[in-house]
Design a protein around this ligand. Structure first.
Ligand code: HEC
Length: 206
């Protein structure tokens, strides 16, 4: 072996030994521990989010492309989960509050630990809702004119509430968070968002 190669292989050995000592030997945290301990300064209850439920397990294993049978199973499973409606009994809330909730990305991020501030829906991150908002994502379908196009029958209002509450009951492995089911938004907030989508006076329907 030429001296140069000798040097190279010595380097490789050092590298291997180095990696070996990083790979979870005593004193080092496992990957799960490292992730868990890096999540600090969070709202209470955040730990629950590290544990996958059956829906997430099926969707992760299928990389969000479940077989037809699995998709049906996930949707059925989620449709059977309880939906909590607002105590007021009305599913169409105040669109102005709804717009503020749709705009707010507060909550569930590191440092979002103000007990007096409720998490928002961050809906604009994935949906165009009003014409005047220029900054929006397109992962989800545009929701501009939502109420105008669909009318406000009881069935549509309930579908809209239930969809925001638990998107996976309608679309297995959806990218849309299960806002109500996971306690991100409270029932009254979801009703305000339904107001934003349905109310003829809402900027969504202009
Ligand atoms: C991370 C992306 C994402 C976020 C955030 C998100 N959605 Fe969605 N949404 C989607 C996708 C994708 C769909 C298409 C259907 C599906 O996959 O669930 C959808 C579908 C919908 C639908 C059904 C539309 C139809 O044509 O029937 C409604 C209503 C809706 N979203 C409302 C909201 C509201 C209100 C918020 C905020 C609280 C929100 N979404 C936040 C991704 C998102």
């Amino acid at each position: 072996m030429k001296p140069k190669n000798l040097l190279l292989s010595a380097g490789a050995v050092t590298l291997l030994v180095g990696c070996g000592s990083l790979g979870g030997s005593a004193g080092f945290p496992s990957a799960e521990q490292a992730v868990a301990s890096s999540w600090q300064n969070m709202q209470p209850g955040w730990e629950k989010r590290l544990v996958q439920d059956d829906t997430q397990k099926i969707c992760s294993a299928a990389r969000d492309k479940p077989s037809k049978a699995d998709a049906e199973r996930v949707e059925k499973m989620n449709a059977a989960m309880k939906v909590v409606y607002p105590a007021s009994g009305t599913l169409i809330g105040d669109w102005k509050r709804g717009e503020a909730i749709a705009q707010s990305g507060y909550g569930l991020r590191v440092g979002d630990n103000n007990p007096n501030q409720k998490p928002g829906g961050n809906c604009y991150a994935c949906h165009q809702m009003t014409k005047q908002e220029l900054s929006y994502g397109t992962l989800g379908p545009g929701l501009n004119q939502y109420g105008k196009l669909r009318g406000n029958s009881e069935a549509i209002v309930k579908y809209t509430y239930d969809k925001i509450y638990n998107s996976h009951a309608f679309s297995a492995c959806s990218n849309m968070p299960r806002f109500g089911l996971n306690g991100i938004l409270q029932p009254e907030q979801i009703a305000d968002l339904v107001g934003l989508l349905m109310d003829p006076k809402s900027p969504v329907n202009q």
